[in-house]
Design a protein around this ligand. Structure first.
Ligand code: NAP
Ligand code: 8YV
Length: 315
């Protein structure tokens, strides 16, 4: 009988996938070790362990002490927790789970667009609190004919477009470079904001996008504008967002992601003109299972010396 390959697992990213990994590999659960013992574990695995499985949005930098490490198989598409300077220097390959989550994340983006423009959460509270008996709820805003501006029109962004078009939204976008698509391209986020009714961020996290959406962007979006963030919280200057909502510089916001999760700026918690979700873009039973299957498929390919399925080419 051949012995199982060692696999270092950094965090408890998805119970079902971790159970599968426990059956397939000789797993070492780094998160279960006391801080003082983690490095000892990594030293013991030196030369015997070549692969790590981790959440893509949270990792443990101690893994870069494992000199025999060759593959980091990430659960998630946004790989902002990976130190690409280190993986490039140390010649470690990184994989993620693109595409399988596009539909679920795009669904949440549309849910936030509807929830913000039609005040769905406030409307629910309005009925439960019996305020309806005192008079009607303040009107929301229509979608037909309005412009949805997407910052970061990539795999998920294109699925959002497929859902937005039947709602009769016009589409505009900003990426670093235009795509061969029939939507209006703006070379800056501010220009996109100026020409959008709903501004939706689908940007990756990391240094390059840090605080890209700032006070100047909200000023351009204007008092009827809606801001949605399903990308990463780090792309938004949260203080500027709070201020824009407090002063009615923008109409409302819908957020699935925050700069310092699970901490949400306290000021947002008391506001009626913001809808807050707990980073649930990909959180369906089916999608998380598919993401786990991609993590496993990449590990299997690596151990069988086959081409990896979804290598991240960091740009
Ligand atoms: P993707 O296909 O790589 O799309 C990202 C888009 O952003 C690309 O079109 C890219 O175009 C643009 N972009 C990247 N850097 C930029 C910059 N500095 N300035 C302007 N545009 C930039 O990625 P995806 O699969 O759609 O995922 C996007 C992100 O969504 C992930 O990285 C992750 O952070 C987030 N996400 C969130 C959830 C959730 O649960 N809320 C779930 C999945 C993913 P150019 O290269 O032309 O600039
Ligand atoms: C997370 C995500 O993986 O894929 C990403 O980049 O942000 C999500 O799908 C998910 O939140 C896991 O908790």
């Amino acid at each position: 009988m051949t012995s199982k390959n060692n696999l270092l697992v950094t965090n408890y990213f998805h119970p079902e996938t971790i159970s599968k990994l426990d059956k397939l590999y000789r797993t070492h659960h780094l998160w279960e070790y006391p801080a003082s013992e983690k490095l000892n574990l990594i030293r013991k695995l030196e030369g015997k362990c070549h692969a790590v499985a981790t959440a893509s949005w949270a990792c443990d930098d101690l893994i870069y002490n494992l000199n025999s490490l060759e593959l980091i198989s990430c659960f998630g598409v946004g790989v902002d927790a990976i130190d690409f300077e280190k993986t490039n220097d140390l010649n470690i390959k990184v994989t993620n789970t693109p595409d399988v989550l596009n539909d679920s994340v795009a669904d949440i983006a549309l849910a936030l667009i509807l929830a913000t423009t039609r005040s769905i959460v406030t409307a629910d509270k309005f009925v439960r609190s019996k305020n309806w008996e005192k008079g009607p709820l303040t009107f929301g805003h229509s979608l037909a004919g309005k412009t949805l501006g997407i910052i970061g029109l990539g795999r998920i962004g294109e699925e959002i477009v497929q859902r937005a078009l039947p709602f009769k939204l016009e589409i505009a976008y900003h990426n670093r470079s235009p795509k061969d698509l029939p939507y209006t391209y703006y070379p800056t986020i501010e220009e996109l904001a100026q020409n959008s009714d709903i501004l939706l961020c689908m940007l990756p996290g990391g240094e390059k996008t840090l605080n890209m959406i700032n006070g100047a962007v909200f000023e351009k979006l204007g008092p009827n504008g809606v801001f949605i963030n399903v990308g990463r919280g780090s792309s938004v200057d949260e203080d500027a967002l709070v201020s824009a909502l407090q002063t009615n510089q923008i109409f409302s916001a819908g957020l699935d992601v925050y700069a310092n999760e699970p901490n949400v700026p306290a000021a947002l918690l008391g506001m009626d003109n913001v809808v807050l979700l707990p980073h649930i873009g990909s959180a369906t039973v089916e999608t998380r299972r598919e993401m786990g299957n991609v993590v496993i498929a990449n590990l299997e390919a690596y151990f069988e010396n086959k081409p990896l399925l979804t290598v991240v080419n960091h740009s």
